[in-house]
Design a protein around this ligand. Sequence first.
Ligand code: ZN
Length: 501
Amino acid sequence: MGEHLQRYREHTGKISSLGQIAALIDWDQQTYMPAGAAGARSEQIGVLSELIHSLSTSSEAGDLLKHAEDEVAGSDPDSPEARMVSVGRKNYDRSIKLPADLVSEISRHCASAISVWEEAREKSDFSLFAPALKKTFDLTKQAAEYLGYTDHIYDALIDQYEPGSTQASVKSMFANLVPHLVKLNAGIANAPQVDDSPIRGSFSVPQQRAFTLDIASRLGYDLNRGRQDETAHPFCTSFSKYDVRITTRYDEQFLQQGLYATLHEAGHAMYEQGVPDEWQGTPIGGAASLGIHESQSRLWENQVGRSRAFANWIFPHLKAAFPGSSADTPEAFYRAVNKSEPSFIRVEADEVTYNLHIALRFELECALLSGELAVKDLPAAWNEKMQAYLGITPPDNALGVLQDVHWAIGLIGYFPTYSIGNLVSAQLWNSAETVIPDLTGKIQRGEFAPLLAWLNQNVHAHAARFLPHEVVQLATGAPLDPAHYVKYLFGKYSDIYGLSL
Ligand code: ZN
């Protein structure tokens, strides 16, 4: 590696370390920090963010990048060195395009909008939140204009979370997905319902803590470089690949929540633990995108964790940990964890209905950005789409348009990454199944290492060297195709619900 690239890497390494320190104090805030420290902590986070921003956008950063670019010019454009520089260029250009006063106006506005949203949700009163939401969209539109786009204003926003995706690509993805999901959901609604009592009852929290962590480590989550704690909203956070932590939450009466949140977050964590050592701290040292990240969590949660093979494997462990559980066969457990039912809240949605919640949000975001929809008309538009897609209408706005924090904190253009992750997970699973002999049998015997090794080699090892669509192409030999997910869902749910669709 040349001298200029080395100097550039030292600079990005410093920024990356500061980002990890910021993540660590954020983790602390969400887990163990005493409530009285909130003011001091937000000051500390503010100082770190400013420092990161100024180091990332300094003229020194620009010069180091320019010299590194000159040095790698002419080398293979797909080489790690060339990609380090091209990804670094994209990040740098994006951060200097936004004027500092707009960035601070957005962060000030969002800091106050979140408490407005909390109150509005509490009172289920959209009119309280509407002015703040309108301002969030106005500021986001300004930011998108600075960032630039060719076809649709949405392109500037989604590219931050899912590089290479556009409004058109997401629209076409949903066009090939939504009609199938609506049909499957309607079929399930008219079929005899599944009994989920085997995962309801009394499951002591200390016992769940030990059980879920044991399962996560058997999947391959390395506890020598990780740990699990409890928070209101489960998440995964990384302070280098040597310290990747997950959180979960438990419901004493419902085993599904803690167990599947753990499988999900462990999937995220195994991705972070699997990125190459030598790219740590560089622009290609992290995840390819949020969608690819979500494909890893969803694959372990659903393709593995909600499979019949997994139910057969986990059943004796479950009975040993919770002898009082009413699940009397692996099949009863399998059916219970795959119960599908339209619900108002996205985060509680099952595999069939989840992506309908996302399609709805994507369509509303596009309409708000283009001006086709006014903020004041949002609740009605929300309820109309809920009825059209899921066949239910929220009784109030807390269970409808006010449920997600995303818009309150300015995350617009983010939701589709969840659906991209779901679709990628099914496509990856199909490829893994063709390459790994007897994958289902292996899962049934608790042999998870071959699957993790395949993911490690075909997804994790690329980190952010390749764009998300390139990762999918490399790992599966084809572009992202919703047909894999549709086939997976129709196969599984036709069997469970006895449908012939
Ligand atoms: Zn996730």
